[in-house]
Design a protein around this ligand. Structure first.
Ligand code: GUN
Length: 293
């Protein structure tokens, strides 16, 4: 059994990008820049935005963080997005989700220029992904594809079972692995909460992608021998014995499932690590495209 090391691979990607950013700077081509917008004070969102900001700075990219009060009006937020659409130093714009309930996430996503939508959430980019055109891939699914590629795990002709149908993970990863290219070409099944018995599907997976948000949901009885398991879950559960009083676990019961798996991602240290690396990759790609390099 091989544990897929998301920390190692994400560090590799960040090092590769750091070199490319330095090269661009030394050639006088400018510096890639990401603007992250956070509305409100959700502690988890604050942690994510801070990590994105630090990761940018570490590889020499420009990073702007715009923090707005919870009561910000939708029109005001859209005006701010438009300001960064027009800003030459911003190559990528990210509005941290979820937004407060009085703001339409869809309207805000659609206000971002598709060319700067480094989350890959704009309907134009979603449509391009579905029909196999070059676009920004949402960062978590992009990270999964990169892990499979760098561990040389065959996807062509393999049965991928995706558990979960979110717009951020389930739907895009299913569509990406369905494409006819060398890092995809899979037979894809998407299963979700309406299934009577999810294990009827998961048992047949060569590659199982769990993105449901339920701690330790996938157990050994639900998978076949030799499966590759990609665990997207980040769930906080009570843990009186740990210092903080809680611990982070995935959607997969790692201890039992790892006994049957050929490859498995740990939580933490698996897919989560990749999301930020791929956000930086998308921002660099946006910079290259916008400057026609
Ligand atoms: N909230 C949870 N995941 C994400 C993500 O990938 N992008 C944004 N913008 N918000 C999120």
């Amino acid at each position: 059994m091989t544990i897929i090391d998301g920390k190692k691979i994400s560090d590799e990607i960040k090092s590769e990008l750091k070199i490319k950013v330095e090269e661009a700077k030394s050639k006088g081509l400018g510096v890639p820049g990401l603007t992250a917008i956070l509305v409100g004070e959700d502690p988890a969102s604050q942690v994510y935005v801070n990590s994105k900001n630090k990761a940018c700075e570490k590889i020499g990219m420009n990073s702007v963080v715009e923090i707005l009060p919870e009561k910000t009006a939708e029109t005001e937020l859209i005006e701010i997005v438009r300001k960064y659409n027009a800003d030459k130093n911003t190559n990528g714009i990210l509005v941290q989700l979820p937004l407060p309930s009085h703001i339409s996430e869809q309207k805000v996503i659609e206000a971002i220029l598709p060319e700067k939508d480094v989350d890959g959430f704009h309907p134009v980019n979603v449509g391009k992904l579905v029909i196999g055109l070059e676009t920004f891939y949402p960062c978590t699914p992009y990270g999964i594809v990169e892990l499979l590629k760098r561990y040389k795990i065959e996807t062509s002709g393999k049965h991928v079972v995706v558990v979960g149908r979110s717009n951020i993970v389930g739907k895009p990863i299913a569509n990406m692995l369905l494409q006819k290219n060398e890092n995809a070409n899979s037979i894809v099944t998407v299963v979700h909460s309406a299934a009577k018995d999810i294990s009827e599907f998961t048992k047949h997976a060569d590659i199982l992608i769990a993105a449901i948000g339920k701690p330790n949901f996938i157990t050994a009885g639900m998978v076949k021998e030799g499966v590759t398991v990609i665990d997207v879950g980040i769930n906080r559960i009570d843990s009186p014995e740990s210092k903080k009083g809680y611990k982070i676990v995935g959607d997969v019961d790692f201890d039992s499932v790892s006994q049957k798996a050929a490859y498995i991602t740990p939580v933490p240290g698996g897919v989560g690590r990749m999301t930020i690396a791929m956000l930086l990759q998308n921002t660099y790609n946006a910079f290259i495209k916008q400057n026609e390099i």
